[in-house]
Design a protein. Structure first.
Length: 300
């Protein structure tokens, strides 16, 4: 797919939503490359899905500083005229001080969650509303609408989303620097990043799982199911490959432990080695599951 043709094709759409939401030049110029990169990654057959996602979600700039959360995508349920729908927006925090690369990474990361949550987003049961974010769900009580919990699979969702964020940004890095619409932006991005882009988000979790993320059976299956919204049977699919029920649930539990231990390590002033030892023990358990999965599939 010719990136210059895609960039030219989507420019007027980007100008329209930039005017609608009063985006500044920084965001507008990044959207000139982000939206075409999404279309190249997911294919022209998903163009409408991608454009609708960017049209439906407003980017909100904030000066709030947070040590851990630089940006977030929010989707919450509302009940209007007898139907459930969602209100969506994205917040970029510490906007006035954020670097170009962090802004790019955060926009791609959060919009990738949104693109992979667009289809089959809402599931309604007798008492609850389930909102899908990729692989995972946030659960709300119906009357009155109130948050109950989020599924523990959110850490795996973040790991896969981070990998896809890198893929989108590396597509961007390959764009033609001579294209006058994007030349300055591409030059700045390539000047500030290595030849291959690697995100700092969820670094430890991604490192521990890097072997399974290179397994094409695993990553392609989950990527396809996330995009179409068919995530109900992932547990059974994974457990069948492993030959033991409960293995997917155990992997999710261990990934959450790593996430919590990483936070504990960053907050500790003393006895960091104790937490580091726990991280190593949990990491070995994760790698054992990953190795067994890789050994049990033929297509890698």
């Amino acid at each position: 797919m010719d990136s210059n043709l895609v960039i030219e094709k989507e420019k007027s759409f980007i100008d329209q939503i930039s005017e609608k939401y009063d985006y500044d030049d920084n965001i507008r110029h990044l959207l000139y490359i982000i939206i075409p990169a999404f279309i190249i990654k997911y294919g022209m057959k998903n163009e409408s899905l991608i454009l609708n996602t960017f049209k439906d979600i407003r980017i909100i700039k904030s000066d709030k500083q947070d040590k851990y959360v630089k940006a977030f995508f929010s989707s919450r349920p509302v009940y209007i005229n007898g139907e459930y729908s969602t209100v969506k927006f994205m917040v970029i925090q510490n906007y006035n001080k954020i670097s170009l690369i962090d802004l790019l990474d955060n926009l791609v990361h959060e919009f990738n969650h949104a693109v992979n949550s667009y289809r089959e987003e809402i599931k309604i049961t007798k008492n609850y509303v389930y909102l899908r974010t990729g692989l995972t769900y946030r659960v709300y009580k119906k009357d009155p609408i109130s948050f109950v919990r989020k599924d523990p699979s959110y850490v795996l969702e973040e790991i896969i989303n981070t990998k896809q964020t890198e893929e989108v940004i590396n597509i961007i890095k390959s764009f033609d620097e001579n294209n006058s619409n994007i030349s300055n932006t591409i030059y700045a991005i390539n000047s500030e990043t290595n030849h291959k882009y690697n995100s700092n988000s969820y670094y430890l979790e991604s490192y521990v799982c890097h072997q399974i993320l290179e397994n094409r059976t695993f990553i392609n299956t989950l990527a396809n199911l996330r995009l179409v919204g068919d995530v109900y049977n992932i547990t059974k699919w994974f457990d069948d490959i492993m030959g033991k029920d409960g293995t997917y649930k155990e992997l999710i539990k261990l990934l959450n432990e790593i996430y919590d231990l990483e936070y504990e390590y960053s907050e500790r002033k003393w006895f960091k080695s104790i937490t580091l030892g726990k991280i190593r023990r949990v990491s070995r358990k994760i790698m054992f599951i990953v190795d067994k999965f890789n050994n049990n599939v033929n297509y890698r």
